[in-house]
Design a binder for this molecule. Structure first.
Ligand SMILES: *Cc1c(COP(=O)(O)O)cnc(C)c1O
Length: 398
């Protein structure tokens, strides 16, 4: 069902450009094959190395590698004791996992609307949603730009609730000069292939709190411990372990950990290139009256994961859907991040209704995610800009 490029003419490029792609080099491949030739495929030295690297990178006291970012969020909620009857406040403009983690624990996700300029959760809207049942806020660093952590932390401290930072987009980002990972009570990462650093799948849970760390570790592996200080009964011998809580198997393999460690060697490089592309996009789009550029906040020194282009439908003869299709006809394959979580049918079935977060719903109607990844060439970047310009000019409202 390919639409012809506009003016019946040639598309700006001949081959499809996708919105995200992992970058794997020979060092990554060697790191993985090294594990395959070694004694440990899981629970081995690469896990320990990755956890140490994450602490060094972020300044967090403790890091726990887990199977994926969703598991990381589930563990975070479990570790802070979220349960039935509790409420967890999060943003609607995120991947469903940021809210699903509350549901896994029997709690109710509560959606607080976003700031219309930064697209991050708005602390004033969070404050309005806090009740006696609120146990935690799951703040998402949307696109890689840190959420307003100062305001959220102050609010959480005042109300005695926990701040969980879903940093799936923001590895490498700094807030007030401090790396993401050491700021909130718990921070979670994802290493899915579209994220800045990948392990195929993978995640991590970071905290400075030793008590939380112990719970996080337990929950990762069945609630089982070999630590005698945690056991309820005296050890019966060298084989002995105890299950002292109900946990999951959320372990990461050493194969993934080796790949992530090797990718972390390139985080600076990845971050720099992403920054370059974002700056090039910003410069081009700031001069196009038919679109908005996402506002950057001063406190966040951002490694950008997503580039969101917001169209101004009142200045165009087409809507977002047609804009998305027109980009595809130019062979630029965009995406949309995100459908407001509570607009999914499953959430509708739980009683959430349209109109809950008007800013989020409006944003969703006006955005496309443009290609942004390390290995894009300068020509790829120019093609994207050309396509946006061409479409805006052609469909400009006179
Ligand atoms: C990717 C993502 C997750 C989930 O991570 P997985 O590793 O895919 O489970 C959670 N939250 C946000 C904001 C994400 O982008």
């Amino acid at each position: 069902m390919e639409r012809p490029a506009i003016e019946g003419g040639r598309p700006v490029r001949e081959t499809n450009l996708f919105y995200g792609h992992q970058y794997i080099d020979e060092a990554d491949i060697e790191a993985v094959t090294g594990v395959l030739r070694s004694d440990f495929l899981t629970c081995g030295p690469k896990i320990t190395e990755l956890e140490k690297r994450l602490c060094e990178l972020t300044g967090a006291g403790y890091a726990t590698a887990v199977s994926n970012g969703t598991a990381a969020l589930h563990i975070a909620c479990q570790a802070v004791g979220i349960q039935e009857g509790d409420e967890v406040i999060t943003t609607p403009i995120t991947f469903a996992a940021s809210a699903n983690c509350a549901l896994y624990c029997g709690a109710r996700p509560v959606f607080a609307d976003i700031d219309s300029q930064t697209y991050n959760i708005d602390p004033a809207r969070v404050a309005e949603k806090i009740t006696d049942a609120t146990k935690a806020v799951v703040a998402v660093d949307f696109t890689g730009q840190a959420a307003p952590l100062d305001e959220l932390l102050a609010l959480c401290r005042e109300k005695g609730i926990v701040l969980i930072e879903d940093a799936a987009h923001s590895i490498g980002t700094r807030y007030n000069g401090r790396p993401v990972g050491s700021i909130a009570d718990i921070t979670t990462f994802s290493f899915h292939p579209v994220k800045t650093v990948t392990g195929g799948e993978g995640g991590a849970v970071l905290t400075n709190n030793r008590e939380l760390y112990t719970k996080i570790n337990l929950f990762r592996a069945h609630g089982i411990t070999r630590d005698e200080t945690l056991m309820r009964h005296p050890s019966q011998g060298g084989w002995y372990y105890e299950q002292i809580a109900l946990g999951m198997n959320y372990r990461m393999t050493d194969i993934q950990a080796a790949l992530i460690c090797s990718q972390l060697d390139k985080l600076e490089l990845f971050g720099r290139r992403r920054r370059e592309i974002v700056e090039r996009y910003n410069r081009a789009f700031e001069n196009i009256p038919e679109v908005f550029v996402q506002k950057e906040t001063e406190k966040s020194d951002t490694v950008r994961h997503l580039y969101i282009l917001r169209i101004r439908p009142e200045r165009l003869t087409i809507d977002r859907r047609q804009f998305f299709d027109a980009m595809a006809a130019e062979h630029i394959c965009c995406n949309v991040h995100y459908i407001p979580v509570y607009r999914h049918p499953y959430y509708e079935s739980l009683g959430y209704e349209k109109g809950l977060c008007p800013e989020a719903e409006r944003l969703y109607d006006e955005i496309v995610s443009l290609p942004l990844y390390y290995s894009m060439t300068d020509q790829d970047v120019e093609d994207v800009i050309l396509a946006v310009k061409k479409i805006c000019e052609y469909y400009r409202k006179s």
